[in-house]
Ligand binder design. Structure first.
Ligand code: DGL
Length: 262
């Protein structure tokens, strides 16, 4: 799986919990983060190069564990990878859930500028013809805020409140957290809405989808005696990235520097 940085580790965590026998090879493109402010063309170019690395590592499935990259590059990556691996993204599972659970209702969405401006959630929801009215708002301060460790405190409360009181999100019945960093502030957002709006964290939906997909395609790993050894690569290494893995993965993991761009 890959992400612009270490935020995608929230997805890796959900997948590793649900699928403990699968070996994860994670690539965080820390040299280029954030993807949320990059052009579609740039994200596509980065994604294709990362896929070369993941294919070299003989990944059977490539999961784009980043909303911005899923929005900008999923179709292209699928075409590029062809029959060499299956490609999954973090958008389709939650879209399928919203289409079923919120047909005919108003649903909000927060994410990076790239994700929101791509309109990809709206297009995919419209394709389902379920009458979901999507109210999307770009919230670009949230990812760097979380990366700096600002969550569950008064600073983050203020910023979250500022965004969520935007009229664009009036009268929604559920809110999609369309960014891999946001599971870290799910609790705060739930509190803001006092339980009146369901807060949808895509990472669990993505892990459940990955499990069903692997089973359906006969790709699931067989249980082994020893748990698999995951690998975590980053395109630019700093100690602070490594320390932040604790925030997103629930425990600190060792990051290997893989200078893909040199
Ligand atoms: N991982 C990105 C996403 O899910 C957020 C961080 C970034 O902008 O790179 O959209």
């Amino acid at each position: 799986m890959f992400d612009s940085g270490i935020g995608g580790l929230t997805v890796a965590r959900a997948v590793s919990r649900l699928l403990p026998h699968e070996q994860l090879i994670y690539f965080g493109d820390t040299a280029h983060l954030p993807y949320g402010d990059k052009s579609t063309a740039a994200i596509q170019a980065y994604s294709v190069k990362i896929c070369d690395l993941l294919l070299k590592q003989q990944c059977k499935v490539i999961l784009i564990a980043c909303n911005s990259a899923s929005a900008a590059a999923y179709e292209l990556v699928r075409e590029y990878v062809g029959s060499k691996a299956r490609v999954l993204n973090v958008i389709d599972p939650i879209v399928a859930h919203v289409g079923k659970a919120y047909a005919g209702r108003a649903v909000g969405l927060i994410g990076t500028k790239q994700t929101v401006n791509s309109n990809v959630y709206k297009k995919k929801l419209d394709d389902l013809d379920a009458g979901v009215q999507l109210h999307a708002l770009a919230t670009p301060l949230l990812a760097p805020m979380i990366e700096e460790g600002f969550f569950n405190n008064s600073v983050s409360d203020n910023i979250i409140q500022n965004y969520l009181t935007n009229p664009a999100l009036d009268s929604i019945e559920a809110l999609v957290l369309a960014c891999t960093h946001y599971p870290m502030i799910k609790e705060q957002i739930t509190q803001f809405y006092e339980g009146k709006v369901e807060v949808l964290d895509a990472s669990d939906a993505v892990a459940t989808h990955a499990q069903a997909y692997l089973e359906e395609h006969n790709l699931a790993a067989r249980p082994a005696k020893k748990p698999p050894t995951h690998q975590f690569y980053v395109s630019d290494f700093t100690r602070s990235f490594e320390e932040s893995t604790r925030i997103f993965f629930g425990q600190e993991v060792h990051l290997e520097h893989y200078p893909l761009w040199e």
